[in-house]
Design a protein around this ligand. Sequence first.
Ligand SMILES: Cc1cc2nc3c(=O)[nH]c(=O)nc-3n(C[C@H](O)[C@H](O)[C@H](O)COP(=O)(O)OP(=O)(O)OC[C@H]3O[C@@H](n4cnc5c(N)ncnc54)[C@H](O)[C@@H]3O)c2cc1C
Length: 315
Amino acid sequence: MRHEVFWQRGKAIGARDKLAGSLSANVVIIGGGVAGLTVADELVRRGVEDIVVLEARFCGAGASGRSSGFITPASELGVSELRRRFGDDEARMLWDLAQGGCDSIRETIERYKIECGYLPADSLYIASDESSFRVIEEEHQARLALGYASRLYDRSDLPQVIGSTSYGGAVRSGQTFAINSFDYVRALSDRLADRGVRILEDSAVTAVSQDEVRTREGVVRARSLFFCLDHAAGSIGIAPGETYHAQAFLMISEPLDRKFSTRSFPTAPSSSGTRISSISISDSLRTDGFWSVAGSCREPTHARDEMTWPRCITS
Ligand SMILES: Cc1cc2nc3c(=O)[nH]c(=O)nc-3n(C[C@H](O)[C@H](O)[C@H](O)COP(=O)(O)OP(=O)(O)OC[C@H]3O[C@@H](n4cnc5c(N)ncnc54)[C@H](O)[C@@H]3O)c2cc1C
């Protein structure tokens, strides 16, 4: 059995400069994942110059280069739950914000002509059995009530969409897509470097003060600092020590034959999520004979300073 990140398999990650000595900059961004690079891109677009990105390992080393790459506004909270908790106006605002993130990634792919396996793919929110169909129906009604397009499938419709009789129904929505998230992040970092952003890798920040960021080998003074880190932020003193990351993702990818994947997704490409275990399936890699499956569980697996990097396991 081999343990590796599927997206990174066989890819050489070119070495970039690391921070050494003393620098000054207008802006320092800490973290070279999709968040940090998106901030850098936005600043470049607004005409800000002299930007430094400090990344502990390499851009895409964190969740962004390991994600399943399903770009959807859906989180563990569906529209119906958002309505229940926050009311219609705020629910719409939150959903539009998340959809805006998806649109921004699509727009960045187009603007920079990024090759990252971009595949438009509708999303399915699936009832794992008949008894949870009512939840799916409620989600469908909530989406319609807020003015979003939505299509409801009952148990008898679903086999035509996913080729399976095992589920209780689904809600389908559009404007979603799949990407190779590692390729996206690497290409975005290259484009930013071409536009003059100094991207320094292998440069883990060890301490931060008002206008100064330190690594083991250097220091950058800057007028503005952006923190685009994950739960590691506790270790450099910018988040409370008791911050916990309480979610785990599992990604499994294995070669499947074309017949199987065509049978399962006979019509349009789609990605799907079950309500109970949040398992998502995409045929975005169908042309390569791979599928990716991702799921989240409710068990907390990250304690502070104890990170279990998600890995792809192949055999
Ligand atoms: C297995 C998996 C599947 C997922 N699937 C999906 C999906 O299908 N769709 C979706 O939308 N989201 C998905 N996600 C979530 C998504 O990947 C993350 O929400 C997103 O990538 C977070 O981006 P980020 O830039 O905030 O964090 P990261 O990509 O983690 O970036 C943070 C960066 O900070 C760096 N760093 C850490 N400490 C320091 C330091 N001291 N100094 C400098 N740099 C530091 C890290 O090396 C890292 O590169 C998935 C996540 C995982 C793990």
